[in-house]
Design a protein around this ligand. Sequence first.
Ligand code: NZQ
Ligand code: ZN
Length: 384
Amino acid sequence: MLNFTFKNRTEILFGEDQVQEIASRLPEHANVLFLYGGGSIKKNGIFDDVTKVLSSVNVIEFGGVEPNPEYETLLRAVQVARDNQVNFILAVGGGSVIDGAKFIAAAVNFAGNPWDILVSGAEFSDPLPIGAVLTLPATGSESNGNSVVNRRETAQKRAFGSDSVQPVFAVLDPTYTYSLPPRQVSNGVVDAFVHVIEQYLTYPVNAPLQDRFAEGILQTLLTEGPKALSTPHDYDVRANVMWSATMALNGLIGKGVPQDWATHMIGHELTALYSLDHAQTLAIVLPSLMFVQREQKKSKILQLGERVFGITGEDEGRCIDLTIKAVQDFFEDMQVKTRLADYQIEKSSIDDIVANLEKNGMTALGEHGDIDLAKARQILNLAA
Ligand code: NZQ
Ligand code: ZN
């Protein structure tokens, strides 16, 4: 096992009506930026719940954070936060709103060009504290320090990460996910599944506990994910999906083990160039990446096949093929298509995707740093 440090500062408030707990967790003299997305929370009652809980607190609303949060929009929110001397951000939404909150939190007291936080890891100080009310289980953003921001102007999707912007609390009320459209339920399950894979499907380092954590989350998503589509108002199903997605990327399962993240990095270029949903990009890239990296990942693919999908009794090559197919079939069963062509992206576009990877310095990806531009091209060609 590799050396590690582990601390997760997010207080999880899990279960129905836990939103009531928010008020007691705000700072004294709170001046809250209430950040949300395109308005789904106004239709499903979450906006009213939060407004009620904050009735005695000074609140400045900022709505309109887009899926794949847009840099320009977030800069406007930074200005609003500065103008109103906000001292706390409450992010109510999915990963995009929570990621947006982290960028705003970092940029408010940053004197330089905020873009540098995303492209050159510029250091910032005194970020605002954040609380989250999660409405879409997927990214784990409610309980990690990562933030991914999109900039349409330059067709770039860039990330930064810092413990200092990790939410101090996160409300996880499974009933808040009942109103999700099926496409977002599917996206969430696929994203969480791939988060586990990025931290598990590398090479063995004799870390059996991390392996079992990871396999437990994968198995839970495999059984509960389809149920979230077929019986959307089943509280227990929603609760199990929600907790799985948080556990998939709150840091725990990735401690002491190698990590990959190449699927995510290649996927981000597909969103930046073609506005695909984040999970759609992962469903396209992962099966082909597994195929291209089958030698490097052999031992873990065989373990995934046997322990998670029950694939045994064949020669190794066949087991690997069947495991890759099982992963791809799961995405398709979850109604997330797995080919570039399914999203009308032509093979001729692969040049542009590879050029964007190069522009963003994504030239040595994966747990061995061996996914260079040629290999990325091979993966994309296979996914065409
Ligand atoms: O904008 P609103 O109106 O809120 O609608 C959203 C949005 O249209 C809707 N939605 C959310 N909760 C709902 C709901 N609709 C009805 N009922 C509800 N309860 O769902 C749509 C998608 O929301 P979004 O927040 O974009 O989805 P998700 O949570 O999948 O977040 C995706 C973003 O997170 C980033 C992705 O790159 C992408 O930008 N990621 C963040 C990570 C992190 N912070 O650790 C890791 C991930 O790998 C990922 O990269
Ligand atoms: Zn993801």
